[in-house]
Design a protein around this ligand. Sequence first.
Ligand code: MV4
Length: 445
Amino acid sequence: MFKKVLIANRGEIALRIIRTCKEMGISTVAVYSTADKDALHVRFADEAVCIGPPSSTESYLSIPKIMAAVEITNADAVHPGYGFLAENADFAQVCSEYDIKFIGPTPHMIKKMGDKVTAKETMIKAGVPVVPGSEGLVKNVQSGIEISKEIGFPVIIKATAGGGGKGMRIVWEEEDFENQWNMARNEAKASFGNDGIYIEKFIEEPRHIEIQIIGDQHGKVIHLSERDCSIQRRHQKLVEECPSPFMTKKLRKEMGEAAIKAGESINYEGVGTVEFLVDKYRNFYFMEMNTRIQVEHPVTEEVIDRDLIKEQIKVAAGDKLSGKNYFPQMHCIECRINAEDPYFDFRPSPGQIEYFHSPKGHGVRVDTHAYAGYRVPPYYDSMIAKLICRAETREECITKMQRALDEFVIDGIKTTIPFHSQLMKDERFRAGDFHTGFLNEFDLK
Ligand code: MV4
């Protein structure tokens, strides 16, 4: 097992990783920017190294700064958390060259899944269902139009370097194609420096359901059930839950098997998530694979009663997985509490938290780095807490969430708490009748 893990991250996830390391008898090293000098991950790690100014590119995204911190503290592994360098193949490569274990998959796997066309080709070969579309990259407008007519409008134009919605364009009819094609190409070029484009049939009103998997270094891959992440706004997830209210026993088995095939086909090592679009007939299609621990991992932890960070560290150290898949034993919902004003287009609301009271009680978990007096810096992600509730049934879970939201007090800044309170009362949400477009029609009162 590792002796000392450096956590190349900040906020709640850095704190979350430190907690598990402590329980495993592993020493921890925090890294921090000057904006985070009073942060809890700095306080609770065994050692802490300042790696630069507030700007992420000069601190949490700087590979040389982080490798210097690894060297001076003699850490033998790095946990990248999510965001920042978590899916940076170059960083994973540099770690391996310095003989430091990157807690995650190999640089090769990260690269393969980071390029969406390559990922899709890999899934086709593995027998995982994908959305009908172009075979690989599309060379020019003419061939794009031909392919679209073949698969039938509406189609969606996507960037191979994209993911998370960037550089995507929906085309409803042939007349609009050229325009949308040019926009998608320019956006992709500007955002990723890669204007590789592919085309898919546009699936209307899909649900976003993902399967958590874990693979060991001995070729074993298992699944840990699904998370429904359909409640999103501009590709930012706001609520995640398990079981998905749309799930059936049969669909879970099929999607679980598909996700395992996806993992096995690349000899996947570490925790990963296979994202699917699910249409109203319960057809499911591979969308992308995330090669990191995700924000919403506590939902899975609560329903299967396992510490996923612990499992992640164990497989990274070479431990073998026992054979069986995991199925949900409880219902769990996670609400992301962001320092944003939901009454003002969710605009960021950084600043000092004057008063902070966390909800408590049976089945209530709060993953947060915030506290009374904490200043939410304007430089990073606006998520300041995850409120995670679990109960026997979905109905009880929603009721518990409402109670916990009522009890949550964060004064001094605006948060998404009022948004979640209203969502929990929404008839359609309560009925489980929602898809990824749900929030487009949702008005905060
Ligand atoms: C799609 C789609 C419909 N049809 N692909 C959005 C993020 C990126 N991962 C892929 N996305 C989508 N791909 C086809 N062929 C609809 C979306 C989509 C979406 C997906 C998941 C969650 C929220 C979404 C919001 C808008 C569009």
